[in-house]
Design a protein around this ligand. Structure first.
Ligand code: ADP
Ligand code: ZN
Length: 534
């Protein structure tokens, strides 16, 4: 699919009625990107699939048609926690909006149903599980419906990272309401997700609006992980002092510890994760939105539907599970178009842990295969030696030129021929296994390669092995860098609970010298200068 101009560019077009609503109700004077075309298409009764990056302005694409068409626009969203806020914001603009979800008392829900039937609502939000209830279907049959907007539509894709089974039930809308236009919207745009949305929601006749996914004001940087918190603090102090940012950690414990560590070091930081009391969570989210210069430390539970324009940096202290997740999370930076940083610290432990999570997960084989291929794509982005933006956009099906504003473009990494070290490492794994019937994690294997005595080595007489000390020429740190890249490329595999190392599926050609192994030298985790590209 050819990508349209960036979703954030203003465009003059738009029917006069739509423009009138845009300025009178929302107070804006022009549409952005393809908003005008999308709105006109839906107002005319057409179905639409809208792929637009976070912050691109998807909401107006269904809100304005809902106001221009007769009847109520039904908005299906998984974000129950945000519905009350969204509705309050619409009401503040004078729009007649309401929501139906499990947080309402029966009499409140009834009042909303009455409003719907009386034609007193422009917009009605509900969760998919509500919509598929027989009772709701009956209610909607009796009401006048302007359109169905299916927000976060990637939740219908089984291939994706955010699948919600209830979304599959939305396919009935095509049959039950054949004359009501449907618009599906998402910020996730891989080919697979796109076609699953189209198929699973039966949007056979829809027009497809695919915006450019480039966010040129975001500088993408991925540093080797040394002491991640110190690296983060340096980033905040040197580049973003007193500015708003989001720090993502994998675990709740990581969130708690990082937040209090930052506070101890003079950074105004607040924790956010699903384990916190909901009142506390709400308060932290509110403060982050309203106050200036707060840093929120969060699990990925935070951020969906959050609209704060001046987030200056998004930092990942742990490796995201997929490029979709990474792109969505980093996309929360710089919605105002000002220069912003997407920074991540990534190390050997991340690869080993994430692979282990997948292996030990409860999911079936298909789930694991998907999870592995998502992770591999993410690792490829981390280990790339060419422009990160090119890689990222290519993942979303968009070709581009080197950006000049990512860490790789700004400081191209040096590469070296690591074929011999890779062979030494593989030989060590094979010798340990064959001659001692032993498998070890990275620490012990590196000690054997470097000929570094320890208790286990003396006990097992490792110094008698032919591979003892053959890797003395590299430091321990260098070996960890080599190992990380070899694992990312599946030349070595870390398996089981302890991450013991075994030759990976691509080890053969390396051992037989049929391929050379070109690896990057880790750059010192330094500050990347900001380029003038905006
Ligand atoms: P998305 O759902 O795609 O992430 P939103 O619909 O929340 O994005 O819009 C992001 C921000 O951009 C909001 O603050 C919204 O009010 C603003 N916005 C949307 N369209 C326009 C426009 N045409 N002109 C100015 N601001 C806009
Ligand atoms: Zn680049």
């Amino acid at each position: 699919v050819a990508a349209a101009p960036s979703a954030l560019e203003p465009t003059p077009a738009g029917s006069s009625r739509a423009l009138e609503v845009l300025s009178r109700v929302f107070g804006y004077d022009s549409f952005r990107g393809e908003q005008a075309q999308i709105i006109d298409h839906v107002v005319d009764g057409g179905d639409a699939v809208v792929l637009m990056p976070t912050g691109g302005g998807k909401s107006l694409c269904y809100q304005i048609p809902a106001m221009l068409r007769e009847g109520t626009g039904i908005v299906i969203s998984p974000l129950i926690a945000l519905m009350a806020d969204q509705v309050a914001a619409l009401e503040a603009n004078g729009i007649r909006a309401a929501f139906l979800n499990s947080s309402l008392e029966p009499h409140e829900a009834q009042a909303v149903e009455q409003q719907l039937l009386a034609g007193e609502l422009d917009l009605l939000y509900m969760a998919p599980e509500r919509l598929v209830l027989h009772r709701t279907a009956q209610l909607l049959q009796r009401a006048r419906i302007a359109l169905f907007a299916i927000d976060e539509a990637h939740c219908v894709a089984q291939w994706g990272h955010d699948f919600r089974p209830d979304y599959l039930g939305l396919s009935v809308l095509a049959e039950t309401f054949p004359s009501v236009p449907r618009i599906a919207l998402t910020a996730t745009a891989t080919r697979e997700t796109h076609s699953e949305i189209t198929e699973n929601l039966r949007l056979d006749h829809a027009r497809h609006f695919v915006s450019s996914f480039d966010r040129p004001n975001i500088q993408y940087r991925i540093d080797p992980k040394a002491a991640a918190r110190d690296q983060l603090l340096r980033l905040i102090r040197t580049e973003h002092p007193g500015e708003a940012g989001i720090v993502y950690c994998l675990s709740r414990r990581g969130v708690e510890q990082t937040a209090s560590w930052l506070v101890d070091h003079g950074v105004a930081a607040l924790p956010y994760h699903a384990g916190l009391d909901s009142a506390v969570r709400h308060e932290h989210q509110e403060r982050f939105l309203r106050e200036d210069g707060l840093v929120i430390v969060a699990t990925i539970a935070f951020g969906m539907g959050i609209d704060k324009p001046d987030v200056r940096f998004v930092a990942h202290l742990d490796l995201p599970k997929s490029i979709e997740g990474y792109y969505q999370e980093t996309g929360r930076a710089g919605r105002d178009g000002q220069p912003s940083t997407a920074w991540m610290a990534y190390g050997l432990g991340d690869v080993v842990n994430q692979r282990r999570f997948i292996d030990q997960s409860e999911g079936g084989e298909q789930f694991k295969r998907n999870a592995r291929s998502h992770l591999d794509a993410m690792l490829a982005l981390c280990e790339t030696v060419s422009c990160r933006r090119v890689q990222l956009l290519r993942y979303f099906g968009q070709e581009s030129e080197a950006c000049g504003n990512c860490d790789i473009c700004l400081t191209p990494p040096t590469t070296w021929d690591a074929t011999v070290p890779a062979q030494k490492l593989l030989s060590a794994l094979i010798r340990l296994d064959r001659e001692r019937d032993q498998q070890f994690g990275s620490g012990q294997v590196i000690d054997v390669l470097r000929g570094k005595d320890n208790e286990r080595s003396s006990q097992s007489r490792h110094h008698e092995l032919s591979v003892w000390g053959i890797g003395e020429d590299l430091s321990e740190r260098e070996w960890r860098t080599v190992l990380r890249q070899l694992i990312a490329r599946r030349i070595v595999e870390a398996v089981g609970e302890y991450g013991v190392l075994v030759p990976g599926e691509d080890a053969g050609p390396v051992l037989r010298s049929e391929v050379t192994v070109e690896l990057a030298v880790d750059r010192a985790p330094a500050k990347a200068p900001r380029s003038s590209r905006g």
